[in-house]
Design a protein around this ligand. Structure first.
Ligand code: GRF
Length: 221
C-alpha cells in the first residue's frame, strides 16, 4: 500500500475524491494523514470524519517560511508517507523543505500548465479567449507550478462561461484526475523516481491525458 499524506488549505473536495477512490479494493494507496496551514480547512473535517489523523499548523509571527516548513514537514514525515499530495494547499513550499523530503510531492493545479501558474486561472483563461481549459497534476519543485507535468484533464470553454462555470467543470475533472494519478503511482505504472517520469516503462514526452477515469499517453504530443 502506498502511504499518502495530503496537504490542503481549503474545503477539501479533492481530498474527498481521493479518499473515496482509495476505498476501491485495487486502489493501491491509503491516505495516512492530512495536514493544513488553516485551522478552519474543511479538509480537516473530512479527514477526521474518516478517522484519518489530521493536523493544522498555522505560521507563528516569528517564523519565516523555511522555519514554518521545517516544523510542518516534521509532522508530515511522522506519518511516514511514500507520496505527498498537495490538493488545494495554498502555501508555496520552500526549496529547503523540498530538498529535505525523501518522497515525491505532487500538486493539482486548475489550468493547463504551463498556462496560468498562480491564482485566478479561470478568469485568465476567459480573458485570453481560450477555447480549452483544464487541470494539471505536476511534480512539485521550488518553482511555483512549474515542476514536471504528469497528467492533464481538459474541458471545452463555452460561450457565456463565467469563471465560476469553468471552476465547477474543472473541479469535476480534478476529482477524476487526481485519484487516477495517485492510483497510477501506487500501482507502479507512473514512476517518479526517474526524470523525466515514466509511464508503462516509457519516458513521458507529454503529460498523460484523462479518458473516462484512466490515464493514457497523448496520441499526438
Ligand atoms: C482545486 O481547484 C485545485 O486545483 C486548487 O485548489 C482547488 C482545491 O479545491 N489547487 P478543494 O479544496 O480540493 O475543493
Amino acid at each position: 500500500m502506498l502511504r499518502v499524506a495530503v496537504l490542503a488549505s481549503g474545503r477539501g473536495s479533492n481530498l474527498g475524491a481521493l479518499l473515496d477512490a482509495s476505498r476501491a479494493e485495487d486502489s493501491g494507496y491509503a491516505i495516512v494523514g492530512v495536514f493544513s496551514d488553516q485551522l478552519e480547512a474543511g479538509a480537516l473535517d473530512i479527514a477526521r470524519a474518516a478517522g484519518i489523523p489530521a493536523l493544522a499548523l498555522t505560521r507563528k509571527k516569528a517564523q519565516d517560511r523555511s522555519q514554518y516548513d521545517a516544523e510542518f514537514f516534521r509532522h508530515v514525515c511522522q506519518v511516514q508517507p511514500d507520496l505527498i499530495v498537495c490538493a488545494g494547499y495554498m502555501r508555496i513550499i520552500s526549496a529547503e523543505a523540498l530538498a529535505h523530503l525523501s518522497m515525491p510531492t505532487i500538486n493539482i493545479h486548475p489550468s493547463l500548465l504551463p498556462k496560468y501558474p498562480g491564482l485566478h486561472t479561470h478568469a485568465r483563461a476567459l480573458e485570453a479567449g481560450d477555447t480549452e481549459h483544464g487541470s494539471s497534476v505536476h511534480v512539485v519543485t521550488a518553482e511555483l507550478d512549474a515542476g514536471p507535468l504528469l497528467a492533464q484533464a481538459r474541458i471545452a470553454v463555452r460561450s457565456g462561461d463565467t469563471p465560476d462555470d469553468l471552476a465547477a467543470r474543472v473541479l469535476t475533472q480534478e476529482h477524476r484526475l487526481l485519484p487516477a494519478c495517485v492510483h497510477a503511482i501506487a500501482t507502479g505504472r507512473l514512476r517518479l523516481s526517474t526524470m523525466p517520469p515514466q509511464f508503462d516503462g516509457q519516458p513521458l514526452a507529454a503529460p498523460l491525458s484523462l479518458h473516462q477515469n484512466t490515464l493514457q499517453p497523448q496520441v499526438n504530443p
